[in-house]
Design a protein around this ligand. Sequence first.
Ligand code: SAM
Length: 359
Amino acid sequence: MESSSSTTGAIPMTGGDGRNSYANNSSLQRIVVDRSKSIIDEAIANYLDIQICPSSNTFRIADLGCSVGPNTFIAMKNIIEAIDLKYSKSGSSPEFHVFFNDHASNDFNTLFVSLPPEKPYFAAGVPGSFHTRLFPKRTLHIVHSTNSLHWLSQVPKEVTDINSPAYNKGRVHYTNARYEVFEAYSAQYAKDIEAFLHARAEEIVCRGLMLLTVSAIPDEAPTELGMGPLIDILGFCLMDMANMGMLEEAKVDSFNVPVYKTTPREMKKLVERNECFNIERIIDILPQENNLKEVSAQTYSDHTRAIMEGVIKLHFGCSDHTIDHLFQHLYPKKLEDSLANLLKSMGKSIVLFLILRRK
Ligand SMILES: C[S@@+](CC[C@H](N)C(=O)[O-])C[C@H]1O[C@@H](n2cnc3c(N)ncnc32)[C@H](O)[C@@H]1O
């Protein structure tokens, strides 16, 4: 298998509909999609100006970082039902065109064959990074993205540069690493969100909406909260595998997971700096300790596998057997050993829902 550069960003989730697929291991992300429904209803009722798309025109919605479903289909259904309700008060509804976006290597085949048969919209796939322009100017009425914006476009270069103070030897993330590592991740996130907002500002019509859920931690919280411990424990397993001769140690040193959890204050600052969107609301949609107590170590391992398998295979060039060993034995065992702490940390992470309106 081809080996990666050490700075690769997000690699699509495991495709297909098999046991290890994202389609069958995304119920934790589904919690966020379900919690978003009432906020989507509110956003559309209060902030969508239907004059931006007369009912004789086509209403265009994009879901960025859609993966393969079923979550994207549920989110699109929720949005369209809320829009339909709003139009129904004024007579007829427009036709809907939904653009499903993800990296070109996303499993769009699985996405398309599993489209709901009764879907009330025309569907199209849009391959490419949402950190770049994807649509013609002023063509989108609503942009939605869930569980995706925490992925960086790349691992910050400094963390794999042996001569940099941010060099991240022996760890695979900024969690519990040196402060310089965190700073490098934070700077990369700021750059990526700036590029994302810049592109969307071109594509969204005047007064169009952006509905985003963003993984975060509370202001002032220690940076290792959230999914950090999940990634940290994965790093310890990779180190163990290097010690057992199953992986190269140098490869573990150059492996870093390109995800970052922002804070409400940081996110607000980034949107304000862009100047093209009004912030209508920023809400934490998981305000209390969420019901993660029920989640088992194996479930966490299976979900992490569906997300990380592609990145790990690409970086280490390892076999399915090695991946099975990691996710069926080593990782669930280590997760089990620290499940109580892990759940405490996960329970303190938050998910922001942003309602932004194009000026
Ligand atoms: C955890 S999945 C979320 C999928 C779906 N939105 C959900 O809630 O279940 C994150 C998705 O974001 C995609 N992604 C990450 N960075 C991206 C980028 N720069 N451009 C497009 N898609 C990206 C990944 O490929 C992946 O499919």
